[in-house]
Design a protein around this ligand. Structure first.
Ligand SMILES: Cc1cc2nc3c(=O)[nH]c(=O)nc-3n(C[C@H](O)[C@H](O)[C@H](O)COP(=O)(O)OP(=O)(O)OC[C@H]3O[C@@H](n4cnc5c(N)ncnc54)[C@H](O)[C@@H]3O)c2cc1C
Length: 543
């Protein structure tokens, strides 16, 4: 095992656009094909007035007073405590569509200070200061949360510290025999992949937020990436964690398998910053794949395609990626690659990727091909797969362009068993359609399967709608109806976006009153003052 320096150099980060997604230099307008399609299905959508410039926003919550700042500065150094207007607003929330719509408001809430700890000792000392001075702490990784988990909610406390983990970054150790890597939790996904690639390894976690999200954020949210069929969800990759809580530090994950009581690592996966701060993540990694074999498929309809994916997952033929777009999404994807009106395919399209050593990847591909053919699939133009691969991280930029053009666009997701999949899809589609109809909004509902298991799959919906120039409240009403429908139809409130503040009201239906009491009891033990992210997950203070 090779041990690397404790404090590797910081990874270079660009701050995302504060009122949109990603690298400001890569923002773009609407492709012509999408404009045509939108006018055809939604009619003309009035563009909203532009939001205020960052500098012109009034912050409704005060900065932390000087004595709090001095106490925090005594721990991390004055240069790492920021109460500046712009920095506070850059930490005022995540990147869901409602988050972005709120950025159009002239007055907004923000944390009282942004603190950047440089070590695990700093983290523990900041938490101690926060407990002593009655301040809430919201851990901040990449800032890509989409369920309200970064909302600067002080709960019963005097103010909010945003604990930005960008200085806790880099590879700590790589065990190239056991295929395990330990990272500081603030490492971004691209920085992690770059460090591993340097040593011939790969993590293989590619959520659509890949370019900006952090390993700690993935663990805190139980993220799932596009290669989950091959390498598993992020929580399946985690073999160990270090967590600093207000009452002590835990080092968890001693062996690859253990019967030493309940698995405490799992208690922190999905804890969303409410139990403590994840400072190190130990992960299963694999040799960088030698071969990457892409295929595209078409199916007569969604039911046939889903059946094909089920058979592949249950037989375990081993694709790295396998995803199926429904009829609506297949049609709209064609518009995105500039092929509107030119039917490349009908029905539903699927993209499949096999990776690994060349001979193994080829054998897996052959096995998957046989299964998909038996399920009625037909090979399709390879450019469908190439186009998906090429554009896989571009969709969030497209959302910005849609919002600017007055088109509401948001995503939501759930999961269930194969036997319940079609019923859940129908229930969510109906709830969305009825919700938009009540708001008198023309809409389009797209759906895909992108994460499969032997027993079931996720459903990921993208909605576009003409909700008017102020869509926040109407969307809240639609989304609330959809969440009710998901619970009634046996789905989970989230397959990978997490609970945050937005889904907290539905958590009890998911895990029951006893489950909620267990989570509260753990939090009360680790964080008796209730300073850790009071608004997220449990959606209340000590309770
Ligand atoms: C455009 C877009 C696409 C996305 N695609 C996907 C996808 O494909 N798959 C997927 O799973 N998710 C996706 N997401 C959601 C999001 O990227 C994930 O939830 C991700 O795990 C968040 O990581 P982060 O580092 O940005 O965390 P943040 O957004 O900074 O924080 C998320 C939550 O975790 C807490 N937290 C962060 N770091 C720590 C830590 N070290 N210790 C304790 N708590 C912590 C925060 O307090 C917050 O509650 C997407 C989001 C966007 C905006």
């Amino acid at each position: 095992m090779s041990t690397l320096p404790e404090k590797p150099p910081q990874d270079e980060r660009i701050d995302m656009r504060w009122d949109g997604w990603g690298d400001p230099a890569r923002a773009h307008g609407l492709p012509g094909g999408v404009k045509l399609l939108l006018t055809a299905v939604l009619g003309r959508t009035p563009a909203p007035p532009p939001g205020p410039d960052l500098a012109d926003v009034t912050i409704s919550t005060p900065p932390l007073p000087g004595d709090d700042v001095a106490a925090l500065a005594a721990v991390v150094g004055a240069e790492h405590v920021d109460t500046g207007h712009d920095v506070r607003l850059l930490h005022a929330g995540g990147k869901s569509t409602p988050d972005l719509l709120r950025r159009r408001h002239a007055e907004q809430a923000a944390p009282g200070a942004v603190v950047r700890p440089g070590s695990e000792d700093d983290v523990a000392a900041v938490l101690a200061v926060a407990v002593g001075r009655g301040l809430a702490v919201v851990p901040f990784g990449g800032g890509t949360a989409v369920t309200g988990g970064l909302t600067p909610d002080a709960g019963t406390h005097r103010g909010v510290v945003s604990l930005d983990l960008r200085r806790l970054t880099g590879l700590v150790a790589l065990d190239d025999v056991s295929h395990e890597a330990t990272f500081h939790a603030g490492t971004t996904a691209p920085a992690a992949e770059a460090a591993l690639a340097h040593r011939g390894f790969e993590l293989g976690h590619f959520p659509q937020s890949f370019e900006f999200a952090t390993l700690g954020g993935f663990a805190a949210m139980r993220s799932s990436g596009q290669n989950s069929a091959g390498y598993g969800r992020f929580d399946a990759m985690v073999t160990g964690l270090r967590v600093v809580t207000p009452t002590g530090t835990l080092d968890l994950g001693r062996a690859p398998g253990s019967a030493a009581g309940p698995d405490l690592v799992r208690w922190f996966l999905g804890s969303e910053g409410t139990f403590g701060v994840i400072t190190r993540v130990r992960l299963r990694v694999h040799p960088a794949p030698e071969a990457r074999l892409f295929d595209a498929w078409t199916f007569r309809d969604f039911a046939a395609g889903a059946d094909g994916l089920r058979r592949v997952a249950q037989l375990g033929t081993g694709p790295t990626v396998i995803r199926l777009s429904d009829e609506e999404e297949t049609a709209v994807s064609l518009a995105q690659v500039g092929n509107i009106g030119k039917a490349l395919t009908r029905g539903c399209s699927a993209v499949v990727l096999h990776e690994g050593p060349a001979d193994l990847a080829a054998a897996r591909r052959e096995a998957t091909t046989r299964v998909l053919r038996e399920a009625g699939g037909r090979p399709a133009a390879e450019k469908l797969a190439a186009s998906w691969d090429h554009g896989r991280f571009r969709a969030p930029y497209l959302r910005d362009a849609l919002l600017a053009a007055g088109v509401f666009c948001e995503t939501l997701e759930t999961a269930t068993t194969w036997s319940n999949l079609r019923a859940l899809k129908a229930a969510v589609t109906t709830a969305l359609a009825e919700g938009f109809d009540r708001e008198h909004a023309k809409h389009r509902i797209l759906c895909h399967i992108s994460h499969v298991y032997p027993t079931g799959a996720s459903l990921y919906f993208t909605v576009i709608a003409g909700l008017g120039t102020d869509p926040l409240e109407p969307w809240d009403r639609v989304k609330s109806g959809v969440n009710d429908a998901i619970m009634a139809a046996g789905g989970t409130i989230s397959h990978h976006h997490g609970v945050g503040a937005d889904h907290a009201p539905w958590l009890e239906q998911e895990i029951g009153a006893t489950g909620l009491r267990m989570l509260r009891a753990v939090r009360a033990e680790l964080d008796p003052a209730g300073i850790m992210n009071p608004g997220a997950l449990l959606g209340d203070t000590l309770g």
